[in-house]
Design a binder for this molecule. Sequence first.
Ligand code: NDP
Length: 296
Amino acid sequence: MTATIIDGKQIAAETREKVKEAVALRVSKGLPVPGLATVLVGENPASKVYVRNKQKACAEVGIHSIGVELPGDATQEQVEAKVRELNEDPTINGILVQLPLPAHLDEEKILATIQLGKDVDGFHPINIGRLAQKGRTPLFVPCTPAGVMVLLERAGAKLAGANAVVLGRSNIVGMPVALLLVKANATVTICHSRTRDLAGVCRQADVLVAAIGQPEMVKKDWIKPGAVVIDVGINRIEDPTSPKGSRLVGDVAYEEAAEVASAITPVPGGVGPMTIALLLQNTLHARELADLNTQK
Ligand code: NDP
């Protein structure tokens, strides 16, 4: 078997185009454009790149964005005060606090300060709580996990009744992906660093989502023939043959896994591009929610 490649780059481009068209339509009707504020605390170089990319993506689809930067020694009160200020700003519909925050800050409290209707990253404890509860719907779903679900849908994965295995239980990827799969009626197993016989558990999976940050750990013989494999991992490994001396790989040994899976995401070009596309979609949704509130 040779797997179908799930082209996240293309699917993300389609999502971005749809958002761009919706924003242009709003402008043509004289409606306010959506606005996103990113909040960056400190000098983490990777976070700076992520924030810059998010703002660039906003500009490309016509979403207004502002970048708030606070020093690495900002106090809890200063960060919360900034978030409260953005809560009150009618030109801002989405507030994204870039994670991870410096260790002295209470992440949960800061995320809880974001107004629920502006929680475009979906990490507010109430949105995550709703994701975990049967019959409840969060206002926003975290972007990377939402992107995973879009890719599964586009790959034609049958989720109801399927055995789904999620490798990783982080707050930002593994756990919300698992909760979304449960909502989609899959039977879900969540694996982590204490799981016994990881390979054996993975072999039961009709749908396998890897989010562990371990380069190419998932091998061909871990994969059930015909499984759909979504690789969230982004790992930089040394590669003397590459001009940069390194390259990006996922958590799955892609070439060999593609010989047994029915469909698989590449790294790069799989889940990665979906995150920003879904952030833009969530920001548009936040603007639409704000429209409803002003109509009341
Ligand atoms: P974390 O480090 O927060 O979580 C990793 C999870 O994997 C933990 O639950 C950990 O278990 C588990 N784990 C780690 N090593 C092993 C192992 N050897 N065997 C079994 N389980 C293991 O990572 P994130 O969830 O933030 O990110 C995961 C990957 O996804 C990373 O490569 C990251 O770069 C990538 N990523 C990609 C995004 C995108 O595409 N846009 C967005 C976010 C992340 P335990 O809980 O027991 O410690």
